[in-house]
Design a protein around this ligand. Structure first.
Ligand SMILES: [Zn+2]
Length: 270
């Protein structure tokens, strides 16, 4: 299984460094090793910018979210049939995608992992991180995949359209969704805001899906270098919603201790 033509959803056939469908639509491979399957968009920046991507890459590389990556990759591996097709819808710079791919490869070596993100800067990093991933620049709201072609879709913190997830999944295919829990980053918010709020709990349950499991993973992280504090702050939306004064104050702290809390829901397409 591979990506489909974003225009007609027809099968894409690889011809040297170009992928083509039967209707004559073609897409060139970028030097960095991905395909641009985003329609009607010329150049420009979409999704996370280079600075945000860099901050997230730096923070994740320090291992602070490794427990989540381990749980997610174990779960996706367990849920995916042997020789399955897995899709990371909104892969960012490929931190979780890479872990999932390694876990699947350690099991059977024959599953393939497709991943896309709307940010070209992020996809470039993902391509560098793991050569076994099939990568594209694309949008979650119109996925370049044919109907019923994927065994497992996963998504960590990235906006997406549930009807699209349902469309690309096979019947009984699994959808693993990771999102922030109530306490997520509360310690960080407490040093930014005078009256920090906890995240609103998400409603569990999706149209066209049966909920199979709902779990929470939480622990405390302690950041005690300027680089780590900066990286965490810059990868959150707070970086763009905070006054310069408050931002400078946070970035001058020598230590930040914060809860992290992730919710992992597993659904089956019905
Ligand atoms: Zn086409």
């Amino acid at each position: 299984m591979d990506f489909a033509c974003p225009k007609c959803k027809g099968e894409l056939i690889l011809d040297t460094n170009t992928k083509k469908c039967n209707n004559g639509h073609s897409y060139d491979r970028a030097k960095a090793g991905y395909y641009n399957l985003l329609l009607g968009v010329k150049g420009g920046t979409h999704g996370d910018n280079a600075e945000m991507v860099e901050a997230r890459r730096a923070f994740l590389s320090r291992g602070f979210y490794e427990p989540l990556a381990d749980r997610l990759s174990a779960l996706v591996t367990e849920l995916t049939p042997v020789v399955g097709c897995v899709l990371d819808a909104g892969c960012g710079e490929g931190y979780y995608t890479d872990k999932v791919e390694h876990s699947l490869r350690a099991r059977d070596g024959d599953s393939n992992v497709l991943a896309f993100d709307i940010s070209r800067d992020a996809v470039k990093y993902a391509a560098k991180r793991n050569r076994n991933l099939s990568l594209a620049v694309a949008t979650s709201y119109d996925m370049p995949l044919s109907d019923g072609s994927v065994d497992t879709v996963f998504n960590a913190f990235s906006p997406l359209a549930i009807p699209e997830v349902s469309r690309v999944l096979k019947l009984s295919g699994r959808f693993v969704m990771v999102y922030p829990g109530r306490e997520h980053l509360f310690g960080l918010k407490s040093v930014i805001y005078k009256t920090p709020y906890k995240n609103e709990p998400e409603e569990v349950g999706l149209d066209g899906f049966k909920l199979l499991s709902h779990e929470t993973l939480s622990y405390t992280v302690k950041l005690n270098t300027e680089g780590d504090i900066r990286a965490l702050f810059m990868m959150t939306p707070y970086a763009y919603r905070t006054s310069r004064e408050d931002k400078e104050r946070v970035l001058s702290l020598s230590e930040v201790t914060t809860e992290v809390e992730f919710v992992i829901d597993v659904y089956e397409k019905i």
